[in-house]
Design a protein around this ligand. Structure first.
Ligand code: CTP
Length: 401
């Protein structure tokens, strides 16, 4: 993923420094060259030997360990494609904000002109200190704010280093990693609207946010995106607005032959009114009214059937099909049954009974199932992070494997 890229990783003296070992491993697994510069205090929390072994490179600490004519703070800055300072202590943040260059790390930061990520970590009272906040606001870099939680100092509050996954993903994003260049992805989103009469309809609580996050993420990764949605969306990629399940089916089928991936993230109504009244239906004398519903086509299932019906020679170029699965009980059991019934390549299962994730929420937590019954858990995170992880697992892994 990061072949040919050099990450200059700055580590400062906070307890979260131990978590950076995992970040180095992630960069290395993605084939990045990792160069590390530590403040002297960082080495109270992690050893030079650990960092050297993991990065397979020298670890730089002192400004005047110069081996040749090249000043290190300039040559390290020149060689790097991106600089990441994690954890960044209140002290280092304040020094960088005021242009203090009293160690190698702060000197490099001062000389650095390319993308720079700063991931602060500190005690919650330090984080809340207006002076630190003021200094932070002076930094025109990408700041990955700390998270709330239990802190090593015994306090509970905002100050914990954000996840190393988040730092890794931001690094990839800023390095403009576009592994989906040339790939065409069709994504559906939102709940379908099934009309009853000119003023009434049947629909569901789907906000369309997960599909939208997937479309945005796919676009950022270089894909040619078509979003087929029931929501009003204005984007720099192709957006097709639809209303009913039948409209959606027509739109997706039209894109089938022209797509490498189809992701059905929409909540398609299973039934629609048998008859749509052209006039507003009037209230009747009785206390009850009967509305006859008929089954909508199962778009996902039909797409999968169409793919299976492709002559074997053409099958490799037919799209990889991903479904979503909304369940309010027995999530994994139902999801396993559903992937077999639908015949899709992957199914993303999410629990819609939880109020903190899924429908309408900005967060999600999902399981990715494949045809062999294998399951991958994606932890709770904002929908754009979950979208990245889904695409990374399903699309990127396939491309690089
Ligand atoms: N789906 C579809 N057409 C339908 C219903 C669902 O294409 N008529 C797709 C959805 O977009 C989703 C997947 O099928 O990708 C699963 O949808 P879900 O609502 O979880 O399941 P259903 O098939 O509707 O089954 P049930 O409501 O019984 O759980």
């Amino acid at each position: 993923m990061l072949s040919g890229k050099t990450v200059l990783l700055g580590i400062t003296g906070g307890i979260a420094a131990y978590k950076i070992c995992e970040l180095i491993r992630k960069y290395k697994r993605a084939n990045a060259t990792v160069k590390i510069v530590c403040t002297p205090n960082a080495l109270n929390f992690v050893t030079k030997l650990t960092l050297q072994t993991l990065s397979k490179n020298n670890v730089y600490v002192n400004e005047f360990d110069i081996k040749d004519y090249n000043p290190e703070h300039i040559s390290l800055a020149d060689e790097a494609d991106i600089m990441v300072i994690a954890p960044a202590t209140a002290n280092t943040i304040s020094k960088i904000a005021t242009g203090v260059c009293d160690n190698l790390l702060t000197s490099i930061a001062c000389a650095y002109t390319k993308p720079l990520i700063i991931a602060p970590a500190m005690n919650c009272n330090m984080w809340g200190n207006p002076i630190i906040q003021e200094n932070l606001h002076k930094l025109h870099y990408t700041i990955l704010e700390p998270e709330e939680g239990f802190l090593a100092c015994g306090y509970s509050g905002k100050g914990r280093l954000c996840s190393v996954d988040k730092i890794f993903e931001k690094t990839v994003e800023l390095l403009n990693y576009k592994p989906l260049t040339g790939k065409r992805i069709v994504i559906t989103s939102g709940g379908t609207i099934e009309e009853i009469d000119p003023v009434r309809y049947i629909s569901n609580y789907s906000s369309g946010k997960m599909g939208l996050a997937l479309a945005d993420c796919a676009k950022n990764l270089g894909a040619e995106v078509t979003l087929i949605t029931t929501k009003d969306v204005s984007k720099k990629y192709n957006v097709i607005k639809v209303k009913s399940a039948l409209d959606m089916k027509k739109a997706v089928e039209k894109e089938f032959d022209n797509s490498d991936y189809i992701i059905m993230a929409s909540a398609v109504a299973d039934y629609r009114a048998k008859e749509i009244s052209s006039q507003k239906m009037k209230k009747t004398e009785g206390d009850e009214i009967t509305l006859t519903l008929i089954k909508n086509p199962d778009i996902l299932k039909e797409l999968c059937k169409k793919k299976k019906a492709c002559p074997p020679a053409l099958r490799p170029s037919s799209p990889l099909i991903v479904g979503f699965c909304a369940e309010s009980e027995n999530l994994l059991e139902n999801a396993k049954e559903k992937i077999n019934k639908k015949g899709c390549d992957y199914l993303i299962a999410n629990d819609i009974s939880r109020k903190d994730i899924g429908f309408s929420s900005d967060y999600n937590e999902v399981f990715i199932l494949n045809k062999n019954g294998e399951t991958k858990h994606i932890e709770k995170a904002d929908k754009s992070t979950v979208a990245y992880k889904i695409l990374e697992y399903i699309v990127i892994q396939r491309l690089i494997s």
